[in-house]
Design a protein around this ligand. Sequence first.
Ligand SMILES: Nc1ncnc2c1ncn2[C@@H]1O[C@H](COP(=O)(O)OP(=O)(O)OP(=O)(O)O)[C@@H](O)[C@H]1O
Length: 271
Amino acid sequence: MQNTTELNNKPKRFIYDFNPEETEITMETKNLEIYYGKSLAMQNADLKFEKNTITALIGPSGSGKSTFLRSLNRMNDGIATVKGEILYQGVNINQPKIDVYEVRRRIGMVFQRPNPFAKSIYDNVTFALQRRGVHDKKTLDRVVETTLKQAAVWDQVKDSLNKSALSLSGGQAQRVCIARALAVQPDVLLLDEPASALDPVSTQQLEATLRELKKDYTIIIVTHNMQQAARLSDYTVFFNMGEAIEYNKTRKVFTRPKVQMTDDYVSGNFG
Ligand SMILES: Nc1ncnc2c1ncn2[C@@H]1O[C@H](COP(=O)(O)OP(=O)(O)OP(=O)(O)O)[C@@H](O)[C@H]1O
């Protein structure tokens, strides 16, 4: 990690080459600075996320992708100090008075390793709703069917909803975790390397699922897989050393990047 002085002395190279005013913005970050203790882990990442698109966050290990992603739904609370504004539908959610549970309901997260609870598939999907006092069986049944269908795993699990989610394959478990995130009807889905523990077939299925989901959700995904970012996302942000370096339509980032460092990274020549 860089210290504050080193980061502040670096030239600003951030390239932002599409016109966000023409688009509908679901989330936006402004003047973010994220500290672990006294160490500055992220700055210069004023980004806008367009509704119903997929944005890939790419960059070398330790460049701050997860730090940035986890701040978007306040998952860094208690771990890091996040300064600056995180706007969700125009409201700065990075304020103490904001209900963090509501933030996480609207901005859901799926983690790198599938993390189903040691409960049935049915109870995994309905967990948050049941905790909120929703016990009407018809409602819960409907949510289970709808979200498992959205997550493209319904056909595989519909006859075993009472089986433990721990008995599922990695790919199935990850899609059940997506259904669990969708059950509370979020707007935004944050995914932190959701395919890194999956085989190529499950990865392909997950990508197909995300392509479908973007019709209804705004999706931001951290990935180390360049091919995945190139095939799946509409926009790509390249991070390095705690800064957003280049942000553009994915096609441009991968075919005509404006910054040499981005070019080196996407073409696999990054030192
Ligand atoms: N909980 C933490 N406490 C202290 N430092 C942290 C913590 N989490 C991350 N960091 C540091 O912040 C910097 C950015 O880490 P981060 O995990 O966000 O990078 P990343 O780009 O997501 O990396 P990777 O691709 O390896 O997951 C790194 O220097 C890391 O060591």
